[in-house]
Design a protein around this ligand. Structure first.
Ligand code: SF4
Ligand code: SF4
Ligand code: FES
Length: 394
């Protein structure tokens, strides 16, 4: 047994007061969970402490919360590990700045805890209903429904069930592991900037059906998600959802797969997201460094430097982006040569050899970086957890 202080962000709407922090002292075996600590505090000190939970085994997805600023499941986070993390984070800006600003109640720290308080908050990007309980309907479930989370097969249904080859389901087993806890939504930086973003959990769910060989509306789904200004091209590759997900779903990877499939289907999106990705690859291949001005040009008007005639849309979009270019120029954050496409320097010649060999290797070996399926085309190896038996939709 060891003593811990947990510092919980509380909000009791019926009191009419704003949120505040409360400290509780708990004594638990270090291998028990942060959720166990909360339930002990609720049992011994304050029965009004509200926390949502059910299975206590990382299965039901109920106990999403932030522990030391990181979105996770309370029942999957060992309190001993959370303590080590809290001790490392002292003085760091990792935990919510609100910790320092909001009033603190309780006497946890005075009761002789061995370390620094473990900071526990409700999930982010969602309205708080009470203490650690958030409203998942408005931000999570509404978005899940947005992606039509059921199969859309065509034709007469089979007499018994759809039978598919196990290999054809391997690609979606990772997205099928989702337990809808909302931890990825809580940590999503794009959603913070654009609450309308469909978000990591719903897009991972969308891939579950886009990649399903039984679904007959793949193109329509991809079109819909690419056309939506809050869709697949609204993700900024920040990796937060991958870090937060307790089940290894890696939502960002599923979003990249949706983008790749949309590109393969030739879907032109209004955000020029697909062209932007191609431009990114081209610019790095050419210069080894990111030339942002060239990136804008290549994303909207490839070939403007005389090789090809730029499209009308390309020119319009480039002109529209001028204020974005002029602002940092005026504030002297960017030099003129950095704002003119093609004038930004690249890597020295010797280093460009390495860049080119990385591109050649990737093309030759069909590699998908950061994706669940690793290895090369033709490998027999299957990812962990891949279905070995026939898969049905029962
Ligand atoms: S990678 Fe994309 S979806 Fe995931 S948290 Fe970052 S912005 Fe959100
Ligand atoms: S993708 Fe992961 S983090 Fe997001 S809801 Fe599903 S299980 Fe939770
Ligand atoms: S209580 Fe079920 S996932 Fe934590």
């Amino acid at each position: 047994m060891a003593d811990y202080t947990i510092k919980v962000r509380r909000f009791q709407p019926e009191s009419g007061e704003g949120p505040y922090w409360e400290e509780f002292n708990v004594d638990l075996d270090p291998s028990l969970s942060v959720l166990d600590g909360l339930l002990q505090a609720k049992d011994r000190d304050d029965g009004s402490l509200a926390v949502r939970c059910s299975c206590r085994a990382a299965i039901c997805g109920s106990c999403g919360m932030k522990v030391n600023g990181q979105s996770t499941l309370g029942c999957k986070t060992q309190i001993g590990e959370a303590q080590e993390q809290a001790d490392k984070m002292v003085g760091a800006a990792g935990v919510s700045a609100a910790v320092a600003d909001s009033p603190i109640r309780g006497e946890g720290s005075d009761l002789g805890s061995a370390g620094n308080p473990i900071v526990i908050e409700p999930m982010g990007n969602m309205p708080v209903i009470k203490d650690l309980i958030t409203d998942m309907e408005s931000t999570h479930w509404t978005k899940i429904r947005r992606v039509t989370p059921w199969l859309l097969p065509h034709g007469e249904p089979p007499e018994r069930e759809y039978v598919v080859e196990p290999e054809s389901m391997i690609d979606i087993t990772q997205s099928m592991a989702c337990i809808q806890c909302g931890a990825c939504v809580s940590s999503c930086l794009s959603m913070e900037a654009d609450p309308g973003f469909i978000g990591p959990a719903a897009l991972a769910k969308a891939y579950r059906f886009v990649g399903d060989p039984r679904d007959a509306e793949t193109h329509e789904r991809l079109h819909d998600l690419a056309d939506d200004p809050h869709g697949i091209y609204d993700c900024t590759h920040c990796f937060s959802c991958i870090d937060a997900c307790p089940k290894g779903v890696a939502p960002m990877d599923q979003i990249m797969r949706l983008r790749r499939k949309a590109g393969e289907e030739g879907i032109e999106d209004p955000n020029a997201g697909h062209d932007h990705e191609i431009a990114f690859v081209k610019v790095i291949e050419k210069k080894g460094l990111l030339d942002e001005a060239l990136l804008v040009q290549e994303s909207y008007a490839p070939g403007i430097k005389g090789k090809l005639k730029p499209s009308k849309r390309g020119l319009t979009e480039t002109i529209k982006s001028l204020p974005t270019i002029l602002r940092p120029l005026r504030k002297r954050k960017v030099k003129l040569r950095q704002a003119i496409p093609g004038l930004h320097h690249g890597l020295p010649k010797e280093a460009m050899g390495d860049v080119k060999s990385i591109y050649a290797h990737a093309e030759e070996h069909s590699e998908e970086l950061n994706l669940y399926i690793r290895g090369e085309e033709g490998d027999d190896a299957q990812p962990d957890g891949a279905a070995a038996e026939e898969v049905t939709n029962d």
